[in-house]
Design a protein around this ligand. Structure first.
Ligand SMILES: [Zn+2]
Ligand SMILES: [Zn+2]
Length: 235
């Protein structure tokens, strides 16, 4: 998890990072499979319509056909798609989607975090990601919240004082599915209160999949401080 100082030095000296390029093989495969699937779905729809399959099957086939066509049109205008870049730290290939959108990703090989849009460079200590990507698994005990120098609680996204605790909730997607078919109601929605400056109310995300609760942060420094205050259970 620890960040090498070498990477940060390169960063502060104006190192541009590694170039993001489209993963053309993967994109070509996706477009080809999309085309084949669209043709198959449209044929199935026409055939089903002539045989009067009924509303529901036609509805689903039609819906997937429209989604596939939307996907193909999107690819035509070069939106989304698979892309890749080298890890600025260890040169391992990082894979992601949406080449035109800013991202913060972790290298699976060396665990360093990098961010960027056209170029990927190692994140600076004060990095705030576009989305809550820094994850901490919550333990059983009470939570220690990071503070500012004067001891007051810090906003979970920026470096201002937290003026309030806002409630966030996490829904268990797996539990949701079980809940739909189970006659017994299950406590699926977990809530918790997190410090906020008043401006940042959605800087954190609570993921309640399974029995584990995971808190996801946008601020890298807050995430590191939170990890220090709430070390993951050993073993
Ligand atoms: Zn790496
Ligand atoms: Zn804030």
């Amino acid at each position: 998890m620890s960040q090498s100082s070498l990477g940060n030095e390169r960063n502060s000296e104006g190192f541009h990072g590694t170039k993001v390029e489209e993963n053309q093989n993967k994109n070509r495969t996706a477009v080809l499979s999309g085309l084949v699937l669209s043709v198959a779905l449209i044929s199935a729809f026409v055939y089903g319509y002539s045989k009067a399959w009924g509303f529901l099957p036609l509805f689903w086939i039609g819906l997937f056909a429209v989604l596939m066509v939307v996907f193909l049109v999107g690819r035509l205008f070069n939106k989304g798609g698979f892309a890749q870049a080298r890890c600025p730290q260890c040169n391992t290939m990082l894979h992601f989607t949406n080449p035109e959108r800013a991202r913060t990703v972790q290298c699976e090989a060396c665990k360093s975090w990098s961010a960027g849009t056209e170029y990927m460079s190692l994140i600076s200590p004060d990095h705030v990601a576009e989305e809550p990507v820094f994850e901490v698994e919550l333990g059983e005990g009470p939570i220690g919240w990071p503070t500012l120098e004067d001891g007051s609680r810090r906003c979970s996204t920026c470096t201002k004082v937290a003026t309030s605790m806002v409630q966030i909730q996490g829904v268990d997607a797996v539990g949701d599915l079980v809940g739909m078919v189970s006659p017994i109601s299950i406590d699926r929605v977990k809530t918790m209160k997190v410090p906020s400056c008043g401006e940042h109310k959605d800087g954190l995300l609570l993921d309640a999949t399974g029995s584990e609760l995971t808190l996801c942060f946008r601020s890298y420094s807050y995430y590191q401080e939170f990890l220090r205050l709430n070390p993951p259970d050993a073993g």
